[in-house]
Design a protein around this ligand. Structure first.
Ligand SMILES: [Ca+2]
Length: 70
């Protein structure tokens, strides 16, 4: 199996894992999606939340400003 096929199989397996928690394994509800994102992409969410907080702080007009992502 190729790397891409492996990656797609793993992605589908993760979707299935969270999609079945409400009894309908064919769809991902908002609650299931939220859990999936929180558990499987915690670093992605963290970066997005920090960027949003940064923009809310009023620094969006500061070209030299930076967001710490690690
Ligand atoms: Ca479901």
């Amino acid at each position: 199996m190729s790397q891409l096929e492996n990656a797609m199989g793993m992605t589908i397996a993760v979707f299935d894992k969270y999609a079945k928690t409400d009894g309908n394994r064919q769809t991902l509800s908002k609650a299931e999606l939220k859990t999936l994102l929180e558990k499987e992409l915690p670093n992605f969410l963290s970066v997005r939340e920090r960027a949003a907080a940064f923009l809310r702080s009023g620094c969006e007009g500061c070209p030299q400003a930076q967001v710490l992502v690690h």
